[in-house]
Design a protein around this ligand. Structure first.
Ligand code: MN
Length: 716
């Protein structure tokens, strides 16, 4: 255990301006409050926070971080509380200690390995100050170093696999390679002691056979470089047992086949010298093809820079080599902690060069902002900062984008849960469905079988999954609206032609109309993909020829159908019993000026006086008949008018359209959607009306509806 004076001195060594008094007080405080508590090793408990602080001095971290390390278990394990820490050590340290405490409380609630990635992200997202994470990693490192003191094998294994799955990858992600290597090796010892032992024995054998290979190759390399006039620091090492094990596993090779267990690192003064060194090494030893990588011209995402190559060294040993500058090395070894060293390089100006820019930027951000999110964004951890991670009651971790709500959460668990959610409890408290969730929230969804998704949910959900499920549901609802509308249109068409209609008969026309089932047929008619007339023609193909030519309605039949005493077609100037039909091009209405055209064998077609089609008959005046609407008619024989309308695309809008027409005594005989966007429907609707005034009443009533944005009468 580091003594008080040793710890303080090691900090002062890299930071002469460090707050000595704060460090001393933190040391004394932790010894006092942990008091007689002991560790599994039998050591006093306070030895642990002191060791953790010691680990962090290796990364040359600032006073606040070292003090946080000393105090990191006091809130959780002793009588000390947040206020006390704040009072004695200031708000910064209190906040950091609180952050570490929160991380420690998060236990991996579910032991599914698939959760590991989410759990790592949760830790990152919760470490809104990167120093919290550094302390947590050092804490875990010391606990792993003393893991063997724990009696329970089960507990040791759990902690070791958690380290392997969660903490080692975390250390790697933020660039703390040293910590990652050691964590992996300690966990490996616990999880597969035999495997590790066998590798150590082989390494020992390699070391014992002949002289020390690492030293010998190292000396040779030094010579080679010196001859080329390159000043370099050469460091050789046998690879860590765990990384050798991994390599053997990944490549399914035996230890004998695995020659590159030795790795060298060559540190030089600048970038140009890196390439010069590479040239000298390749000139001296044959390179292994396919292993060269230039991470200097193309740095890794975490700003790692280095040249990698493999050569066949002395004794035909394959040797891995990394060539980089000293500053690249610091970034590679210490990751995000590296910038603290620059911060601590008091007085010394930052060295120039593009590769330092991100460090300078980090420093500026750290010094000029207290906004941890902005800091994290620049440390490339932003990918976790824009997510929130919440627990299900079973302990599963659900990742959502920032701003995620209970509805997003419910849909992330299961579509059925989303479709039936009525409210939510977050950390035991009832919250509205639109409430934004936070990291670590425990979310319970309350469901009801009677609930259906509300279109208003779309305004606050943030996941595509929730949004598309809500839309899918609403489309489904719309579909049933179309089915009902289609049924209405078909009923009317059939009755107007004097036919009965039932489902059995409609089913018989499915194949000829290329519809897969009854709903598809009805919905198709409702959407206007086919008309009621099409269905009728399919049901009674023999009558089809008539409908192709025109809608010829014998007077007697019209009379019979409507069972009214008044003249069926209220037009004067025609011989009784004469077949007459209204043209489909202009839809003449009572009240308008009309003209009759005789079609031989088919009767008379009525057009409006201004219909364009009449031009076709301009050279056959003998076919023109002077007709007029009969003012005496009783108004029970409706004519079809056509309107074009634009309706807002929202639930209920279509039924509103049909309701308004029905309330005004109009009858929809056909409806066809001509255009459809995410916001509007454009459609043509055929309505049976008494006369032109009736139509204008309906149009006016429709125009008064907020969901209907325009209505016009159309011809043709
Ligand atoms: Mn601890």
């Amino acid at each position: 255990m580091m003594r008080q004076v040793e710890l303080v001195e090691s900090v002062l060594e890299y930071d002469p301006d460090a707050d000595e008094d704060l460090l001393n007080r933190a040391y004394v405080f932790t010894v006092k409050v942990h008091g007689s508590q002991t560790r599994a090793s039998g050591d006093p408990y306070f030895s642990h926070p002191i060791e953790v602080a010691g680990i962090l001095t290796r990364f040359k971290l600032d006073t606040d971080t070292i003090a946080t390390a000393l105090l990191h278990d006091t809130i959780e394990d002793t009588v000390a509380d947040y206020d006390q820490i704040e009072e004695h050590f200031g708000p910064q340290v209190a906040k950091l200690v609180d952050g570490v405490t929160k991380l420690s409380k998060l236990e991996l609630q579910s032991d599914h390995t698939k959760q590991a990635e989410n759990f790592r992200k949760l830790l990152l997202a919760m470490s809104d100050d990167i120093r919290v994470l550094l302390v947590k990693l050092a804490d875990r490192l010391h606990n792993m170093r003393t893991l063997h003191y724990l009696d329970s094998e089960q507990k040791r294994r759990r902690i070791a696999s958690e380290t392997m799955e969660i903490y080692a990858p975390l250390a790697e992600r933020i660039g703390m390679h040293d910590i990652k290597d050691e964590l992996q090796d300690l966990a490996f010892t616990q999880l597969n002691g035999e495997g590790r032992g066998s590798i150590i024995r082989r390494l020992d054998f390699l070391r014992a056979s002949g002289d020390d290979t690492v030293d010998r190759v190292s000396a040779q390399l030094q010579n080679t470089l010196a001859e080329a006039g390159i000043e370099a620091e050469v460091m050789g090492r046998l690879k860590r047992p765990y990384s050798i094990w991994r390599k053997m596993q990944l490549n399914s090779v035996s230890f004998e086949q695995l020659s590159d267990v030795i790795a060298f690192r060559i540190l030089v003064k600048d970038q140009a010298t890196c390439y010069q060194t590479l040239g000298a090494v390749h000139a001296a030893y044959p390179m292994v093809p396919g292993r060269f990588k230039d991470y200097i011209s193309t740095p890794k995402r975490n700003n790692y820079q280095s040249l990698h190559t493999s050569v066949i060294g002395p004794d035909k040993l394959r040797i891995e080599m990394q060539i980089r500058t000293h500053s690249m090395h610091e970034i590679a070894e210490y990751g995000v902690a590296a910038h603290w060293m620059y911060k601590q390089s008091n007085g010394k100006p930052l060295r120039e060069g593009v590769q330092y820019r991100w460090i300078r930027e980090l420093l500026e951000i750290m010094e000029n902002t207290s906004d941890p999110e902005e800091f994290l964004e620049h440390t490339k951890l932003s990918m976790f900062q824009d997510q929130v991670f919440c627990f299900s009651p079973k302990g599963d971790l659900i990742a959502l984008p920032q701003g995620g709500t209970p509805v997003d959460f419910a849909y992330a668990v299961h579509t059925d849960l989303g479709n039936s959610c009525v409210s939510a409890r977050v950390n035991g408290r009832n919250v509205p469905l639109r409430e934004q969730l936070h990291n670590g929230d425990q979310v319970e969804i309350i469901r009801s079988e009677n609930q259906t998704p509300s279109p208003t949910w779309e305004n606050f959900v943030v996941t595509g999954r929730a949004r598309s499920a809500i839309r899918r549901f609403i489309r489904q609802q719309e579909r049933s609206e179309y089915v009902a509308l289609g049924r209405q249109i078909i009923d009317q068409t059939f009755i107007s032609e004097g036919h009965e209609v039932n489902d059995k008969m409609l089913e018989s026309v499915l194949s000829s109309t290329k519809r897969k089932d009854l709903d598809d047929l009805l919905g198709g008619v409702g959407r206007g993909e086919l008309t009621g007339r099409d269905v009728l023609d399919a049901a009674y193909p023999s009558e089809r020829i008539k409908s192709v030519i025109g809608r010829v309605v014998p007077l007697s039949r019209v009379r019979g159908r409507k069972a009214k005493p008044a003249p069926a077609v209220p037009i004067r100037g025609l011989a009784p019993g004469m077949a007459v039909h209204m043209s489909q091009c202009c839809h003449p209405l009572p009240g308008e000026r009309i003209v009759g055209i005789v079609t031989v064998g088919k009767g008379i077609t009525i057009h409006t006086a201004d219909c364009d089609v009449l031009k076709q008959f301009s050279d056959t005046p003998e076919r023109w008949i002077n007709v007029a609407w009969d003012p005496e008619r009783d108004g029970n024989t409706d004519q079809v008018a056509r309107i074009e309308t634009v309706v807002t695309h929202e639930p209920g809008a279509l039924s509103r359209l049909t309701a308004v027409i029905a309330q005004n005594a109009g009858n929809i005989s056909n409806l066809r959607i001509t255009d459809r966007s995410s916001e509007f429907f454009e459609m043509k609707v055929d309505i049976e009306v008494r006369d032109v005034h009736h139509l204008s009443d309906i149009i006016t009533a429709l125009r008064a509806e907020p969901q209907i944005s325009s209505v016009e009468r159309v011809r043709g």
